[in-house]
Design a protein around this ligand. Structure first.
Ligand code: TEU
Ligand code: CA
Length: 556
């Protein structure tokens, strides 16, 4: 694998609205991020992705952009952004922005002009089509519920396409003028000093232009819009052009968010000839999913989780480095989702951290993960802010669940779980704001908070620091970053074991993912315990006995 500057880094996602509020208006902001750069540096972070801070009406929390060249006043000013870039640079932290170019906001001037003149040049920036006698052109369902087609106001039988909310019209990538506008905008930000981009929902930019009906997958007569993606060919033309025209001249770091792509084609996305530097590894997150909605998701076992990670790494480590995540702003908190109930404690959280950081890949943390933040408690659906949660709640109701059941089902996967304010201290609202936070802080902020974990040696936070430091460790760094990953003990249940075989060192990683202890027969002799989440130590020889939820990194 050709070495890249970012391979030994650890990355961190900031959801700016909930990270740190510097002026007491209840909304996190860019100055708040600047305040916390030293915290990130101390954690060992080398790359920071900031979710969208562009001007936006916030129908989808900034993923609906009305001006790509402006900072939303809720987050600060362009000067704040420039200062953030300069301050991050001083600390050797690369800042990457969110690139949301599958769609924009319906308030964007392009769309406003398209509304005025659907057949004019800006109409060509979007997908505007005739309906079937006033009904949508086809039966695709949007990600957030309802048809992907919305009537164009004041125009009989004309519709525009939106894969996400109706306030997020899809941009027409088939139009070379639109593509040029986007590349120009990307270069403008790279010129300003951003190191690259996390690229939102990018697989959606290529449509099957036949816009035909698919067999319905729910009683609503519609079919998930994603079904179309398998029939949409030729996305690589767009992606390689974008790389050539926008990213490559600046050597930008790019990380794609893709769900529906052909795993056989990974080589085209990452690695030496890939159109991106990296993409997120969502293999564990896809487990248990259902076409019918969140209410119908299946529980995921530890063994399924492990096998999904192994299967993904077996392919990707031959090609390039994907990014390991356990959660982000769209997913529930990993510790609430993947750990069995009796393991949702500090020991279990360290184990999950260990798995995520010791498997082959670029570790990508989400704010609050490093202190083991957990899902939010929902008492009523009115507490939900996220459009996706509200839609999934409705879907559950429509399928006969009671309001209480529907609430619990929606809460399990809600995107608000990870969007509650960062828990900095035991002060009001976790020290996130001196005002009233836009989304209430998690009720457990007194127990789970940064200031307490910073000074306690055996905290989750300090375990993360140790794991992160291993990537640049003079003795073990090469093995942790590039060592070949080989599974072992796959026949055991509720257990995850693997080697990382580097040029000079071999590490053995063992995770006993259950409450009961167990003994494990080791195939090699152990030279040293590098990390242990139990501080239980290890007696020489084999078999070894492992405690419940013990996690070990051993040198053999
Ligand atoms: O997410 C893309 C995406 O596919 C998600 O909608 C995902 O299916 C869903 O969140 C699962 O609950 C990106 C952003 O990360 C997300 O926050 C945005 O809402 C979305 O794009 C639209 O921009
Ligand atoms: Ca603020």
């Amino acid at each position: 694998m050709k070495k890249r500057w970012w391979h030994d880094k650890t990355a961190y996602q900031i959801y700016p609205k909930s990270f740190r509020d510097s002026n007491g208006d209840g909304i996190g902001d860019i100055r708040g991020i600047i305040e916390k750069l030293d915290y990130l540096k101390d954690l060992g972070i080398g790359i920071v992705w900031i979710s969208p801070v562009y001007r936006s009406p916030f129908v989808d929390q900034g993923y609906d952009i009305s001006d790509y060249y402006a900072i939303d006043p809720a987050f600060g000013t362009m000067e704040d952004m420039e200062e953030l870039l300069a301050e991050a640079k001083k600390r050797d932290i690369a800042i990457i922005m969110d690139l949301v170019v599958n769609h924009c906001s319906d308030r964007h001037e392009w769309f406003q002009k398209a509304l005025k003149d659907p057949f004019g040049p800006y109409g060509q920036y979007f997908y505007i089509r005739e309906g079937k006698n006033g009904r949508p052109p086809c039966n695709w369902r949007s990600y957030f519920g309802g048809s992907v087609w919305e009537p164009l106001p004041g125009r009989a039988n004309l519709f525009y396409l939106h894969m996400f909310a109706k306030e997020q019209p899809d941009l027409n990538w088939e139009n070379p003028k639109l593509r040029k506008e986007i590349y120009k905008m990307i270069r403008w930000w790279l010129e300003k000093g951003v190191a690259g981009f996390r690229i939102d929902a990018i697989i959606n930019i290529k449509k099957d232009l036949r816009f035909r009906d698919f067999p319905a997958d729910r009683e609503d007569g519609m079919c998930a819009g994603t079904a179309m993606l398998a029939c949409a060919h030729g996305i690589m033309d767009f992606l390689t052009e974008m790389k050539r025209e926008a990213f490559a001249p600046y050597n930008a770091f790019t990380i794609g968010e893709l769900f529906d792509f052909d795993r056989q084609e990974l080589k085209r996305y990452i690695g030496e000839d890939g159109c991106f530097e990296s993409i997120f590894d969502f293999s564990p997150h896809l487990l248990g999913g259902s076409d019918h909605g969140w209410y119908n998701r299946k529980p995921v076992t530890i063994d399924q989780f492990r096998d999904a990670v192994f299967a993904s790494k077996a392919v990707s480590q031959e090609i390039g480095m994907m990014a390991n995540i356990i959660e982000n702003h769209d997913e529930p908190r990993g510790v609430s989702r993947y750990l069995p109930e009796d393991g949702r404690n500090e020991r279990g959280k360290k184990l999950l951290a260990g798995i995520s950081l010791m498997t082959f890949g670029l570790p990508f943390l989400y704010q609050g993960q490093e202190i083991g933040m957990t899902n939010k408690q929902f008492h009523a659906i009115e507490e939900a802010d996220d459009i996706c949660t509200l839609d999934e709640y409705q879907t559950a109701l429509e399928h006969g669940y009671t309001r209480e059941e529907a609430l619990n089902l929606a809460a399990r996967m809600s995107r608000d779980n990870a969007r509650t304010p960062m828990q900095w201290s035991k002060e009001a609202h976790g020290g996130f704001t001196t005002g009233t936070p836009w989304l209430p802080v998690n009720e457990n902020y007194q127990e789970i908070r940064v200031d307490e974990q910073e000074i306690r040696k055996d905290s989750v936070l300090n375990f993360y620091k140790q794991l992160i430091a291993l990537r640049t460790d003079p003795d073990y760094g090469e093995t942790v970053v590039y060592g070949k990953q080989e599974p072992i003990f796959q026949e055991l249940s509720d257990f995850m074991g693997f080697f990382r075989k580097g040029k000079e060192k071999t590490l053995l990683i063992l995770a006993n993912i259950r409450r009961e202890p167990r003994t494990v027969e080791l195939p090699l002799t152990i030279k040293r315990v590098i990390l242990d989440n139990c501080a239980a130590g290890l007696k020489p020889g084999s078999p070894i006995s492992m405690e419940g939820y013990q996690f070990l990194v051993l040198e053999c």
